[in-house]
Design a protein around this ligand. Structure first.
Ligand code: URQ
Ligand code: ZN
Ligand code: ZN
Length: 493
C-alpha cells in the first residue's frame, strides 16, 4: 500500500487527552489508532515515520488570514500558494480566509473571484464572507452562500470608514439574516468613526509617522465597539465571534457577556500575546511601519490579560490575521501613517510562538494548545471532527511536533512571502518535524513539499438555527422588564 503511512512511537495529543499511540493513515484519512501498548503493523509498501519523542497533533487551523488581499491601494504580497505552504512549514494545515467585497460588489461575485485566487492553495482552506454593505441582494446572496457554497460565517468590519466599514444598520440587518440562516457573525470591533476622528487629530498635531497609528486606535476604541456589537447580538439573539481581541477593554466585554451565558466567541492573535507597543517607538521608520496593523500592538500589561483569557477559556481560538505588505508597500505611508497598509505576517510562526511562550512556560497544557490552535476553531466553524481532531475517519491533517526542535525566526529563513518578520530574532523551542495535509507529507525536516493547487475548499455547513431561536428564548427569558418610568395612566373614571 503505497498510500499508507504509519506514524510510530508518538504521543497523540488532542484537545481532550494525551496518550502514546501509533497511527495508520490510508489515503487522505486516519484509518486506525492503536491502543497504548499496541504496535501497529505497517501494510506492505507503507511508509513508517518514527515519531518517538514527538507529539502527534491535529494540524493547526488559522481562522483568520488574508492571502493576496486588495487593500489600501495595494495587494497583500502573500498568495494562497505561498501562504498555505508557509502555514504547513509552521504546522498549520488549514486557513480560513476572507472574501471582502467592495461596497456595492455582489457577495456572490466576490466569492467566486476569491475561489479563483484560492485554487492555487497548497493546503485546505475555507472562506468567511464579509458583509460590507446592505440591500436585498446581500440578504439573498447570504442565503445562497450558506445553502450552496458552504459558507457559515459572515464578517463585519466596524472600522475602516470610507472603505469597508459597517454602520449599526448594516450590522443589525446582517446579524438578523445570519441568525435566521444559522450562520455565525464575526466582527472586527473598533469604532471606525472614532478612529477616523483621532487619525485626523493626530495627523494635524504633526504626528505623521507610524507612532501615530496606535494613538489613533487606543484600547477604548476597541472596547466600545466590542461592547456595542456584543449588545447588538444579545438583543437580536444571535451568536457573535470577535476577531483579534487585543486588549483588556475588549476582553472585559467578552467576559461579561460569556459569564451571563451569552454565546460570544473571541479570538486572539499570536502576535498580540508577545509583542507590545514599544515597536512603534523604533527610530527606524521601516521597522515601526512593519508593525502597523489593526488593532495595534498594545502596552505590555494587556498581554497578561490576553494570556489569562486563553487560560480561562474566555478566548477560544488563536489566529494570525496574516496580511503581508512588504517594506516598499508599507512606505506608501511615508509622511502619513494613515496610508501605511495595515497588516503583518505570522501564519508560519503562530504555533511555535504559542508553544514556546504558552506550553513551555506552563501557561497552557499541550491539550489546551491543541484546542486553541485547531480544535476550537474546527468546532466553532462547524468542520469538526473532519478537521481539528485525531480520529479514525478524520482528514489526516496532522503535525508531528518536536518539542526540542529550536528555531530562530527570521525573514532570512522563513517561507512567508514578505521581506520582514514581526518576530525577527525570536528563538522558539518546539517546532514541526513533519506536517501532513490529507495524508500527504507537505513539510519534512525543514523542507517544504507542497504542491500548488493540492489544497481543497472546505465547505462549512451552517449550525442548526436553534442557535438563533435558543438565544432569543434565552434573552427573552432574561430580558429584565423595563421599570415603568412613566406614571401609571389615569384610571378611567
Ligand atoms: O483588519 C483586518 O483584519 C485586515 C484588513 C488585516 N489588517 C490588519 O491590520 N488587521
Ligand atoms: Zn481586522
Ligand atoms: Zn483580518
Amino acid at each position: 500500500m503505497t498510500d499508507a503511512i504509519v506514524i510510530r512511537g508518538g504521543t497523540v495529543v488532542t484537545a481532550d487527552d494525551e496518550r502514546r499511540a501509533d497511527l495508520l493513515i490510508v489515503g487522505e484519512t486516519i484509518a486506525a489508532i492503536a491502543e497504548e501498548d499496541e504496535t501497529l503493523d505497517a501494510p506492505g509498501g507503507a511508509r513508517v515515520i518514527d515519531a518517538s519523542g514527538a507529539f502527534v497533533m491535529p494540524g493547526g487551523i488559522d481562522p483568520h488570514t488574508h492571502m493576496e488581499l486588495p487593500f489600501m491601494g495595494t495587494v497583500a504580497s502573500e498568495d494562497f500558494f505561498t501562504g498555505t505552504s508557509a502555514a504547513a512549514a509552521g504546522g498549520t494545515t488549514m486557513a480560513i480566509d476572507f472574501v471582502i467585497p467592495d461596497p456595492q460588489e455582489p457577495l456572490l461575485a466576490a466569492f467566486h473571484k476569491w475561489r479563483g485566487w484560492a485554487e492555487k492553495a497548497a493546503c485546505d482552506y475555507g472562506l468567511h464572507v464579509a458583509v460590507t454593505w446592505w440591500d436585498k441582494s446581500v440578504h439573498d446572496d447570504m442565503g445562497t452562500l450558506t445553502r450552496e457554497h458552504g459558507v457559515n460565517s459572515f464578517k463585519h468590519f466596524m472600522a475602516y470608514k470610507g472603505a469597508i466599514m459597517c454602520d449599526d444598520e448594516v450590522l443589525i440587518n446582517s446579524f438578523r439574516r445570519a441568525g435566521d440562516l444559522g450562520a455565525l457573525c464575526t466582527v472586527h470591533a473598533e469604532n471606525g468613526e472614532l478612529v477616523w476622528a483621532l487619525q485626523q487629530a493626530v495627523f494635524e498635531a504633526g504626528i505623521t509617522g507610524p507612532e501615530g497609528h496606535p494613538l489613533s486606535r487606543p484600547p477604548e476604541v476597541e472596547g466600545e465597539a466590542a461592547n456595542r456589537v456584543i449588545r447588538i447580538a444579545e438583543v437580536l439573539g444571535v451568536p457573535v465571534y470577535l476577531v483579534h481581541t487585543s486588549c483588556i477593554d475588549a476582553l472585559e466585554a467578552v467576559t461579561r457577556a460569556r459569564l451571563e451565558g451569552q454565546r460570544v466567541f473571541a479570538e486572539v492573535l499570536a502576535q498580540h500575546l508577545v509583542i507590545d507597543d514599544s515597536v512603534y517607538r523604533d527610530p527606524d521608520w521601516d521597522k515601526a511601519a512593519h508593525h502597523v496593523m489593526s488593532p495595534p500592538f498594545r502596552p505590555k500589561h494587556h498581554q497578561d490579560a490576553l494570556w489569562a483569557g486563553l487560560q480561562s477559556g474566555m478566548l477560544q481560538t488563536t489566529a494570525t490575521d496574516h496580511c503581508c505588505f512588504c517594506t516598499p508597500q508599507k512606505r506608501m505611508g511615508l509622511g502619513d501613517f494613515r496610508k501605511i497598509p495595515n497588516g503583518t505576517n505570522g501564519i508560519e510562526d503562530r504555533m511555535a510562538v504559542l508553544w514556546h511562550h504558552g506550553v513551555r512556560t506552563g501557561k497552557l497544557t499541550a491539550s489546551e494548545f491543541v484546542a486553541a490552535t485547531s480544535t476550537n476553531a474546527a468546532k466553532i466553524f462547524n468542520i469538526y471532527p473532519q478537521k481539528g481532531s485525531v480520529r479514525v475517519g478524520a482528514d489526516a491533517d496532522l503535525v508531528i511536533w518536536d518539542p526540542s526542535k529550536r528555531r530562530t525566526i527570521s525573514a532570512k529563513t522563513h517561507n512567508q512571502n514578505i521581506d520582514f518578520s514581526i518576530y525577527e530574532g525570536m528563538e522558539v523551542i518546539g517546532n514541526p518535524a513533519f506536517t501532513l495535509s490529507r495524508g500527504r507529507v507537505v513539510y519534512e525536516d525543514g523542507e517544504l513539499k507542497t504542491t500548488r493547487g493540492a489544497g481543497r475548499y472546505v465547505e462549512r455547513p451552517c449550525h442548526a438555527t436553534y442557535w438563533a431561536a435558543q438565544n432569543l428564548r434565552n434573552d427573552l427569558a432574561r430580558v429584565r422588564p423595563v421599570e415603568r418610568v412613566l406614571p401609571e395612566p389615569e384610571q378611567e373614571g
